[in-house]
Design a protein. Structure first.
Length: 186
């Protein structure tokens, strides 16, 4: 499996992206390749490159917390491994289950933060939450999960529009330069 080749099914779901990214992460770690650039390239195929740091951190913390290697499936299969199913369940609840024995319980807090952060990033980057799907129509660019023409400004921001009595900036700069010019002292 090559992590740069596209293997995303349509319709696109957050779960498909997460599983594909986890499989790419596992292969990249096992082959001792640079994780973030490889994972970013894989996710960027679907405009989800910004998820790379969150997913890489989550999987690293999950392995350290559980004390065992994350088992990812082969890229050619659609069947999920138990670890992939657990990962999706953890992301759904955003909390580590008490039933799973933690090898390093001191990492429970950081794991919880990584789960919540990854879930937030999924929502922001894809514009979808777990369980939702989008059929890629190929229409227009997307920025953080929204078509660029759908992006609204926050209430604290406003569009800059020229005022009716706008300032002549060129004249103001010239006048300011004249006022700072040293006078002849003859």
């Amino acid at each position: 499996m090559s992590c740069v080749a596209a293997a995303f099914p349509d319709p696109l779901t957050p779960e498909a992206i997460i599983v594909d990214a986890a499989r790419c992460w596992r292969e990249t770690v096992d082959r001792h390749r640079p994780i973030l650039p490889t994972l970013f390239a894989r996710l960027e195929v679907r405009d989800a490159g910004f998820l790379a740091p969150a997913i890489a951190a989550l999987l690293s913390i999950l392995e350290a917390w559980s004390g065992r290697r994350f088992r990812a499936g082969d890229g050619s299969t659609t069947v999920l491994t138990n670890d992939e199913q657990v990962l999706l369940g953890l992301l759904e609840t955003a909390a580590p289950p008490a039933a799973i024995h933690a090898s390093r319980p001191g990492l429970t807090g950081p794991l919880r933060v990584a789960l919540r952060s990854t879930r937030i990033m999924i929502q922001r980057v894809l514009g979808l939450d777990l369980g939702e799907r989008r059929i890629d129509t190929g229409e227009g660019p997307f920025l953080l999960g929204r078509a660029t023409d759908e992006i609204e400004l926050s209430p604290k921001m406003h569009r800059l529009e020229p005022e009716p009595d706008s300032v002549d900036w060129e004249a103001a700069v010239v006048n300011q330069a004249r006022s700072k010019k040293p006078e002849d002292q003859s």
